[in-house]
Every structure is written in C-alpha cells, then in structure tokens.
Write a protein that binds this ligand. Structure first.
Ligand SMILES: [Zn+2]
Length: 614
C-alpha cells in the first residue's frame, strides 16, 4: 500500500517517531495507566474515550471506533492519503525520502499543484496591489469601507480588487512567464469561445482569496460592487481546490476554535469578516453552499460545540434543516449506528432576527447581543420542535404531524435519560401526554445492531466466558493478537471457521496470513492493512489488555468450540431463531439463518467426504 516508497523507509519513520508525541500535537493527552487518553478528535465527546498506547504505538477510540497506527492518525486528521501522511511524518522524523520513489504521475501532479499554488499566490498579490495602489481600486475600497470592513481586516484576509478589463491578470502573469493555459487550470482564466486565447475570469470585482487549512491560496471569490448578477462568482474546482474540503477562514480560526471549544458556521465572506472584526475569531464560512460531511469532520477536530448561524428567511431555515439532517447522518455514520445524545446537544442553531444576516446584525446590535443570542441558541431537537410547532400549529392534526415529524429524531437518541427529557419537553410544548409520545416512539423497530465491532469499553472487555456471541468472537481474535502462542491451537481446532462475524473472521485470517508470532509484530501487521474497518477492528482488539495464560486460553477455546458446535446443530438453533424473531431482533435472525445455512453446507461436505472414504 506504500506505493513507491520503500518498505524500509516506512519502518524507519515508524521508529523515528512516537505516536504519543504526534497525537499530542492535536489532542490533549493525559496518562492513564499504561496508556494515554483524551477527547477524541474524530467525534464530539465530553468524557475521554480516545486512547493511545505507547507500547503498541496505536490509538483507538472506544466511542466511535476510529483507530490505527501513526500513519492512520495523520491520514484521518489531515484528510490526506497514505503517501502524503508518510511524507509529512518523514519530514518530522528527519527521514529522507528520495523523490524518485514517487511515481511519474505523482511527480507531475506534485509539480502541477506547486505551480497552481504559486499562480494563486501571484494572483492574490496582483489583486491586492490593484485594491491598494491604483486609482481604479478606489470604488472597491469605498465599497468595503461602506460595508464596515476595516483596513486591518483587508490586510488579514488579503482582500483585493480585480480591475475592469479582459486581460489585466493574464498580462501580469504572462510577464512572469507562466503560460495562459496554466491560468485556466488555476481557474483564473477562461478560453475565448471564438478564436484563440483567454480572458480573465474575475473582472471589476472585490476579491476574497480562499485559503486551505495550511493558509495556502486555493481559489477566489469575487463580489460585484453594485447590484448586478451574479453577486458572487467563485473559482471552479481545480487540482488544489476541492470545495467540499475547504472552509473559508478556517486557517485563521482553527486555534481560536480549539481554545473556545466551539465554532460558528456562517454562510458568507462578509459575515465571517464581521465576526472576526468583532473579536469572534472562532468562526468559519461555508460560502453559500451546503455544509459537507468532510467539512463537519474537519471542524470536529477543532471544536466540540458547533453553532450554525442562519438568516431567518425561508432559505435560511431550509438550509438549517438540510444541515441538521446531514449532522444527524454524519454522527450516525461516524458511530456506526450508535447515536449518542450529548453530541447532538452540542450542535446549535442560531436563527437571526427577521431581515438580518450576521454582518448586518453585528452592525445594528453589536457583538454582545450576538453572543447572548448564541448562548441561547437552541439545540437541534429544540429547534426542530419549534419549527414543527410553527409549521403545523397546535390543532389536533398539527400535534399528530409534529410528533411524527420528530419521531425519527427522538427514536434515534440512545441515551434514555436524554430521550425522556426531550419527550417531556415536547409533551409540555404541545400539551400532550408523555406516554402517548413514548408509545409512538416505541412502535418503531429498534435500530439494527452495529455491524462488526460494537462499542467495546475497556471494562466490558474483561475476560468472561459468558459474553454475547460477538464478545466471545472478539475474545478469540484478541487472543490471537495478544497471545499468539495460541495461534497453532486455533488453527488446529479450526476455530476461525466458527467465527461468524465477517469482519472478525477476516481479522483472524489476516493475522494468519501475516504469520503473526509475537505482539511486537503489530506495527508491521497494521502497516500492511489498508485503512478501513478491518484495520480499526484489529486495533480495537489489540488495544485491550488482558492477562492471558495458556491454561485459561485453552479452556476458553475448548468452551468456544463446544458451544459453537452445539449451537449450530440440533434444536437449540431453531429455538434461538424463534427467540430472536420474537424479540424482533432482525440482525440476530439474519445471523442465525446464515449460520444455519453454512452449517448445512458443512455437514453436506462432511457427508460427501465420508462417502468417498467408504
Ligand atoms: Zn472517537
């Protein structure tokens, strides 16, 4: 998976760096026993479930299941591929990676990216000079002053002006010996429809350079000075500008977000600048497009509390709702079906009074009024409740609609206390009996069990012979990882055959494939497995610490084989299926049916081979 980077370089990097040090740059870690723990940077939480093991050089979050080695961490944190993570870690660890180990295609891309960054930088400079030093830029400067943008903000955000005309930028860049075709690739020039040549994309507009997280210019937004349309024009996507991965202002806001533990998400350039100007530095802007899962993930690395700021008009409310659904889905995905309520409570919706956007609101009422509003911004469920009440009213039909609209959200809350509180709140708000609402929520089938590895708390992972089906299977694979002396016995008894969860089974198989013999080999094992569920599963299993003994393991294995062999044959199987059906546990029914099917095939095979031997 390392592509063109030699294996020994990967090992060298691993040895040069300590995972605890690297992670401590972005997560506050506290020593706890042999490990370190902190608040997970990949999901919002209030009690630390993110654990780093210096011995094993792995990290694992018992909350969301994220986990891996030092490379996985950097990939996930920075949203980059393996190659890029490796290169940044190499630089950090002082390990030199020969450039020629890049594929020719990667080399071309690297140099093209570097060229586009350079072009963007030059263009940003050009626009800036045009705003500050030319008479032509005066109307733009006047406009910014009228909008209350200070000189300091103009400097900080690098605002500029694209002069009126068709080829000012082209001419300027051309003098620097860049081909016009490159300017097109940077999204700054457009080919002429007739004849040959190009013209400037941005003309007679105020320019807002858009930076990535590392403060490199990746694109531009241009605003007209009058009321002509389009009001805003943005760069197209380019090799260096992927819109769903960029948030305006994040490069300037990230430290403040970390300090404040929260972030404001607004829509426009001027909204964001107004907030920063008023000392609210933990704010970013989506630039008019809907928030993306990638952007949410980026933000969760810096802040636990997110306040989405919207205008009170219909469009504002619509985007708020779209956004809530996205957050909902994102957190559900993140937690593999396991939804925790505290997180939801940490997403707030701030709808500004009629007719205001953040910029105009700050101008009219000042920053203290804004902070007060923000403090009282309702959480997602409360917001949805109020919206539903406004939309449907409190007639009998209205109440029915309100309850069914909120039902999926309420049902998805796993925390029973939080759910009860919200149900109470809703009951009081619409004047309905709590039990009626609870009834309604219960009728919905329980969400399916999380696939693969469930949330495995350290305490629950203690060695118990009587665990759930899944826990017992986890024990088998954890044993292979932590006490590989048992692997020959596991192979001999064919125990992996009886592991029914696919992810756990492939974890076991990859351990065998790697000829795993000692826990020390864990880093190499992980380095050979691609990022994803399998790797996270292995890490989760390796993370638990158990005091294995050969005797205990043998006894456990024997019990495992006995129960499984009994379970999959005879009347107990049928009984188990019926029991699961009675409980409407569809996941378990499916699993058992699958098991039964496999068992039948196995028995058939045994019969055949017995026949052949006769
Ligand atoms: Zn987590």
């Amino acid at each position: 998976m390392a592509g063109h980077i030699p294996e020994d370089k990967i090992t060298e990097i691993r040895h040069a760096l300590d995972i605890v040090e690297v992670i401590a740059e972005s997560v506050v870690l506290k020593k706890s026993g042999k490990n370190f723990s902190g608040l997970c940077p990949f999901h919002a939480e209030k009690t630390p479930s993110f654990t780093v093991s210096p011995d094993k050089q792995i990290y694992h979050c018992f909350g969301c299941g994220a986990g891996g080695d030092i490379f996985s961490f950097v990939m996930k944190r920075d949203g980059v591929g393996f190659g890029e993570a490796l290169r940044s870690l190499a630089a950090r660890g002082g390990v030199e990676i020969p450039e020629r180990s890049l594929s020719p295609r990667a080399q071309r891309q690297m140099s093209e990216k570097a060229t586009l960054f350079e072009l963007n930088r030059l263009a940003a400079d050009f626009f800036r000079q045009a705003l500050l030093q030319q008479a032509a830029g005066k109307p733009a400067m006047d406009y910014l002053t009228r909008r209350g943008v200070t000189r300091q903000s103009i400097d900080q955000f690098g605002l500029g002006y694209a002069p009126k005309g068709w080829d000012f930028l082209l001419g300027h860049i051309g003098r620097k010996k860049f081909a016009p075709g490159l300017l097109e690739k940077a999204g700054l020039a457009i080919p002429r429809r007739e004849g040959s040549g190009f013209y400037d994309r941005f003309r007679d507009r105020i320019i807002f350079p858009i930076h990535d997280e590392s403060a490199r210019v990746v694109g531009f937004g241009g605003r007209v000075l009058d009321n002509s349309t389009p009001k805003y024009l943005n760069s197209p996507e380019t090799l260096v500008y992927t819109k769903r991965r960029v948030l305006y202002g994040l490069d300037r806001a990230k430290d403040a977000c970390r300090t404040a533990g929260s972030v404001f998400i607004v829509e426009g350039y001027l909204d964001l600048i107004a907030l920063h100007q008023n000392g609210v530095n933990h704010a970013v802007a989506t630039l008019g497009t809907a928030l993306t899962p990638e952007q949410i993930r980026m933000l969760t690395r810096y802040a636990g509390r997110m306040v989405l700021v919207y205008d009170s008009d219909e469009a504002g409310i619509r985007s708020a709702r779209r956004c809530i659904d996205l957050f909902w889905k994102e957190h559900v995905d993140f937690r593999r079906g396991d939804v925790y309520c505290e997180e939801r409570a940490d997403t707030h919706i701030l709808v500004l009074p009629e007719g205001h956007d953040p910029d105009s609101f700050l101008m009219a009422y000042g920053v203290d009024a804004f902070r007060r509003l923000a403090q009282n911004a309702p959480g997602v469920i409360t917001f949805l409740m109020e919206q539903a009440v406004q939309q449907h009213g409190l007639s009998t039909e209205g109440k029915i609609r309100i309850v069914s609209e909120l039902q999926p959200y309420l049902s998805a809350i796993n925390d029973s206390v939080a759910r009860a509180l919200y149900v109470k709140q809703l009951a009081e708000r619409i004047g309905l009996d709590e039990t009626a609402i609870l009834e309604r929520i219960k009728t919905r089938a329980k969400p399916m069990a999380a696939p693969g590895l469930g949330v495995q708390a350290p305490a629950a992972a203690g060695r118990r012979s009587a665990g759930t089906h899944e826990q017992v299977e986890q024990q088998v694979i954890a044993m292979m990882l932590q006490f590989p002396e048992m692997i020959p016995e596991i192979v001999k008894s064919n125990a992996l055959e009886y592991v029914s969860l696919p992810l756990l089974k492939s974890a076991g198989e990859s351990i065998l494939r790697h000829r795993f013999q000692s826990p020390e080999q864990l880093p190499e094992l992980l380095a050979n497995i691609e990022e994803g569920a399998l790797k996270e599963t292995l890490v989760a299993l390796a993370m638990t610490d158990e005091s294995w003994t050969h005797k205990g393991c043998s006894a456990f294995l024997r019990r495992f084989m006995e129960t499984r062999q009994k379970q999959v044959s005879g009347p107990s199987m049928q009984a188990a299926i019926e029991a699961a059906e009675r409980e409407h546990n569809e996941a378990e029914v499916m699993r058992l049916l699958n098991e039964k099917q496999k068992m039948a095939v196995r028995r058939e095979k045994q019969k055949m081979s017995a026949l052949r031997q006769k």
